[in-house]
Ligand binder design. Sequence first.
Ligand SMILES: [Zn+2]
Length: 193
Amino acid sequence: MSKILTEVLGANAQYVANFGAKGKLPLPPARQFAILTCMDARLDPAKYAGLAEGDAHVIRNAGGRASDDAIRSLVISYKLLGTREWFVIHHTDCGMELFTNEVMSNLLTSSLKTASIDASGWHDSGEGPGCTEGKYINWLTIKNQEESVTEDVLRIRNHPLVPKDIPIYGYIYDVKSGRLIEVTAASKAGKAG
Ligand SMILES: [Zn+2]
């Protein structure tokens, strides 16, 4: 068994031993809110936003972007499970700032092996085969965090399946301090109507 698999199953056994009354939690999130945030390993929404099991929905992807699939989850979150307030939380030092669609599709075309980065940019081992499918994906990369948060809040706000009375708050999580910093343009755009 892989080391990681052993560790994860060991940790889970500990979790089960202390599971307590959590088996009785209802399905809808008790505190009726949802967070869309990045998958970055340094971010732990349960800790930075004070969540316990059963409290809130957390939707994560690379960048915390308002992709079609993130919106699918948010719509389910309010329509079927009753959330009433949403957060879009991107963060400083996000990996999505380190490449473009063109860089990603070129790397994938050259090789499917993990690439490396240094001061002169991304490099591939060049070990084939690569694949050109990456050219057809919008990787939703980020140039500027404040702009990406605002753009995503706006996209969600203007989506025809999203009701106007759900406030959408835009924040940047600072990986150096753990602090959530409001993006005022985003929160303004996300105001409930
Ligand atoms: Zn990130």
